[in-house]
Design a protein around this ligand. Structure first.
Ligand code: DHE
Length: 591
């Protein structure tokens, strides 16, 4: 084991095949000035490329094929289906479902027909210096695929169906009505210390007892299940799948079981529940990628109450965006509000749930490409990454206003919910790592006690390398944990860097490397180690060892004091474990 070594590495997130849906795609494919063919041929997919979603579920939608147009190559039904699949899996994350542009440029037919088929083929084949991946020369697409996609782009885009209230209502199911549910906890599980574990590729979650480390239950949820969040009381667990299916699980039942479900769209990533005092457990909210909308529901039944579109103007250019996806949602502790982050328009919506009929929404201009974020240690300030802009936006959830938008000092910040440590010099800071390089940025969050440092990057650390997704700590811990599951080097992807908070006064703080993948005892696969999550006591941290669905995966539990392996959870039912959500820490926003 390598202990307390300081490793200095260059940014090394480059093109690599990763399991599942992390498309490390490029942006800006059709620049106004077309690069010379010689430039295109020189291109290799750039390191630190953009991090963009693949629209897993839309690829399976039966879409109506736009009519033929004279002079435009037609596609057979089978070709159209295949092209849709490729487009939604590989291209839509950057160029948008409707091809109107997101982090990538627009691919509407005015643009593509003017460029012509040869140009499109070259672009797809060689990529561009601006960041478009070289799908052909990298071996990802065959020459037939390239030809197909060039012809597809000359045709009008296929529009996936809308998903308004009638469809949402039709999908709503109550398995156990409220009056048939227990009035007190019926099991003897310490529910505060349950971990809800995403089993991504099996479309299930595992409920694991934090004390015994035994799997209590496996519960079927949405397709490619994504995250879980807790109701304020700690009774209800909400799990959202990429297919936008939201499952409500009652942890008081014996055994805990789903009591309701609803689909809030066709593609989704986020869910949250009301947390303001007096409003605990009252409402749930889920945000969709397609259609671009959020849905407010009854917290105990998931009855859909209101659906709100996020289509609208980009915050700065004030141009219309037809598909701004809903990214992270958090619930304010200070006001009866949800904080909804709209990716492509860069607007943060403070949605006041006091009066759903007369819904008041405060729209905050922040930055484009909002993705994930969390609260500072006081729970008052919310920090969210505008990832493709290398920035973090800070919102004061007490006063309902933007505090600032700052550069993080690294490429593509990806905090998860971030980590709050008390820095020996700068006081309370919130931490994010980066997808595009090894930078770990510490941002001051204490405007009263440390006004000079507030909302500034007070220190940057060098972690193991790019490909980091999540950082984690706990108020009782003296450590900061940084993962790097998408790093192309297997050794880095399968290990964790741990900084000692007390050492942050040093000029170049060292970190300890925990070889979690090796500790798991698994010998196959890349063993991507992802997302640390503390137990309720704050004395151990759990990491997923995430292999592909046909390989063995595990969860490794580390003793926070000694940084030694404490336990390995292995079970053939643990298929692609990724996110883990400890009930207490999730409901109280402890991270
Ligand atoms: Fe996530 C959070 C979107 C891929 C694991 N992910 C989030 C959030 C968003 C998001 C918007 C914030 C939700 C919130 O707080 O309300 N994730 C996306 C994508 O668009 C993306 C890039 C690609 C996709 O097509 O889905 C994507 N995410 C992944 C993964 O591949 C991960 C690593 C494994 C998996 O299970 O899918 C993954 N995302 C997570 C996790 C969180 C998350 C574990 C919650 C972290 C936390 O601590 O709160």
């Amino acid at each position: 084991m390598k202990m307390r070594v300081f490793v200095r590495r260059a940014a090394i997130l480059s093109s690599f095949a990763i399991p599942l849906t992390f498309a490390v795609n490029g942006a800006a494919p059709l620049a106004a000035e077309a690069p010379a063919p010689s430039d295109l041929k020189k291109h290799e997919t750039a390191p630190g490329g953009q991090y963009q979603p693949s629209l897993d579920v839309l690829k399976d939608e039966a879409l109506e094929q736009p009519g033929a147009k004279p002079g435009v190559p037609t596609l057979t039904a089978a070709e159209f289906e295949r092209a849709n699949q490729i487009y939604f899996e590989r291209c839509a994350g950057c160029h948008g479902v409707l091809r109107k542009g997101a982090t990538g440029k627009a691919l509407t037919t005015e643009v593509t027909r003017e460029r012509g088929i040869e140009y499109l083929r070259d672009f797809i084949n060689f990529g561009s210096p601006a960041g478009m991946p070289n799908w052909g020369t990298s071996g990802e697409f065959t020459s037939d695929d390239i030809d197909l996609m060039a012809r597809y782009l000359l045709n009008e885009p296929a529009q996936p169906p809308e998903f308004g209230m009638p469809k949402i209502k039709a999908s709503w199911k109550i398995f156990i009505p409220v009056d048939k549910r227990p009035t007190k906890k019926m099991n003897d599980i310490d529910i505060e210390n349950i971990f809800a574990v995403t089993l991504r590729d099996s479309g299930e979650i595992a409920l694991i007892d934090g004390d015994s480390k035994k799997i209590l239950q496996i519960i079927k949820t949405g397709y490619a299940v994504h995250i879980s969040r807790m109701s304020a009381s700690g009774r209800y667990l909400f799990t959202i799948g990429r297919d936008a299916k939201l499952t409500l699980i009652d942890l008081w039942m014996n055994p805990p079981a789903p009591v309701a479900e609803v689909k809030v769209g066709s593609e989704a990533r986020s869910v949250e529940t009301s947390k303001r005092k007096g409003w605990e457990d009252k409402y749930a909210i889920a945000g969709a990628y397609w259609p671009p909308q959020f849905v407010i529901m009854d917290g105990a039944t998931l009855e859909p109450l209101k659906v709100v579109s996020t289509r609208g103007m980009i915050y700065d250019t004030q141009e219309y965006h037809p598909e701004p996806r809903v990214a992270a949602i958090v619930a304010s502790h200070f006001r009866p509000e949800f904080i909804v982050n709209v990716k492509e328009t860069g607007q943060i919506l403070m949605v006041d749930y006091e009066d759903i009929k007369n819904l008041k929404v405060t729209t905050i201009e922040a930055e484009r490409f909002l993705h994930d974020g969390g609260f500072d240690s006081s729970g008052r300030y919310f920090l969210v990454a505008a990832n493709a802009r290398n920035k973090v936006a800070i919102v004061d959830t007490k006063e309902g206003r933007l505090v600032d938008v700052i550069e993080t000092g690294g490429a593509t910040p990806h905090p998860g919910r971030g980590a709050n440590i008390v820095h020996p010099t700068f006081g309370p800071v919130w931490v994010t790592s980066h997808l595009g390089d090894e930078t770990v940025s510490l941002i001051g969050t204490d405007p009263k006690g440390h006004p000079k440092q507030a909302w500034k990057v007070v220190q940057t650390l060098e972690g193991q390398g790019g490909g980091s997704l999540f950082v984690k700590t706990h108020p009782k811990s003296k450590h900061l944990y940084v993962d790097s599951p998408l790093n192309p080097e297997a050794e880095i992807a399968s290990s964790i860097a741990v900084f000692k908070v007390a050492d942050l006064t040093e000029e170049e703080p060292e970190y300890t490397v925990l070889p979690i993948g090796e500790w798991s005892g698994i010998t196959e696969g890349v063993r991507r180690v992802v997302q640390g999550e503390f137990n309720v006591a704050g004395d151990e941290i759990w990491f997923s060892v995430w292999n592909s669905a046909s390989q063995e995966s595990a969860i490794v539990v580390v003793d926070d004091k000694t940084l030694k392996m404490k336990h390995v959870i292995k079970d053939k039912r643990l298929i692609t474990p990724t996110g883990k959500f400890n009930v207490y820490n999730t409901r109280k926003d402890v991270y």
